[in-house]
Write a protein that binds this ligand. Sequence first.
Ligand code: NAD
Length: 316
Amino acid sequence: MKLLVTGGAGYIGSHVVRAAEAAGHSIVVVDDLSTGVTARIDSEFVHLDLSSETAQLTLENLMRKHEFDSVIHLAARKQVGQSVEQPERYYLDNIGGLANLLLAMRNSNLKSLVFSSSAATYGMPDVDSVTEDYPGVPINPYGETKLIGEWMVKNAKVWGLKGVNLRYFNVAGCAVPELNDTAPLNLIPIAIAALKAGKSPIVFGEDYPTADGSCIRDYVHVSDLAAAHVSAVDYLTQSERPFDTFNVGTGTGASVFEVLAELKIASGIDFEVSVGPRRAGDPPKLVANVSRIEKVLGFSAKHNLKDIVKSAWDAS
Ligand SMILES: NC(=O)c1ccc[n+]([C@@H]2O[C@H](COP(=O)([O-])OP(=O)(O)OC[C@H]3O[C@@H](n4cnc5c(N)ncnc54)[C@H](O)[C@@H]3O)[C@@H](O)[C@H]2O)c1
């Protein structure tokens, strides 16, 4: 198939492009390189800010030229703290960018879309593992933009769009070093950056109601997540349903202390851990229920926490 991948110069997008190419698909990447890296791009590339005034027309021309079978939309801003400081920018980029994309798809009769959503749509769920039907409420503008994005995909059924919303949990690890996550925004890259700077990784809160007191998250290897996109694109070719939403995780949680224990093994450094206060808005436990994606897409993650941490360390 011929696929348009937005955000394909990013950490996850570049892994998706490699996985889709390996599955035999042909790719065109659209990215504004705001956080993307040119060296990660190995396919045809169009430099474009999806939220710009000219984006819709440029996309329509591109869609007419290439006659894509499907779109994988990853391009977005993703920093929770920045979204609280600059909510308008997040609404413009994440929601405005998707609106331009959907308008162009509608006008070009392109009716298949995989959308990068996030577990941030759940807010602070108070359950052991969260199903897609859990009535979550996002607690920051970033999470809101992802939930609104899902609604936009759902509502486009009025003109025949078939969409899949993939709610990623904690994405980490790396397939090959040149695609590594270079922005230290999540626990594993932050802890690795601290170690490289000769500092102690910080655990934010050890008084949560969990076995060791630190927060529990569902870490999914970026290569597994990329494979889920390829499965989703295939699924869209057969599905009669207007839209579906799937959690993408492993179904297993790991605490911050457990992740750091794996990092000690991977790095061979017996580092000290500093403990700081809790951060606002961190749920104690956020783990995916993965029954739906296993059943419908036949997807299950192949990599465990050890693989994730080791691949991230080796690529750093
Ligand atoms: N990394 C995670 O843990 C995680 C978790 C849940 C969801 N997501 C989502 O996955 C997607 C990819 O995230 P990532 O971690 O690869 O981030 P990233 O910053 O590495 O990639 C985002 C890419 O989109 C591009 N981009 C951003 N705004 C754009 C715009 N207006 N027009 C064109 N290109 C634009 C950037 O240049 C970059 O290449 C995002 O939608 C993010 O919200 C990420």
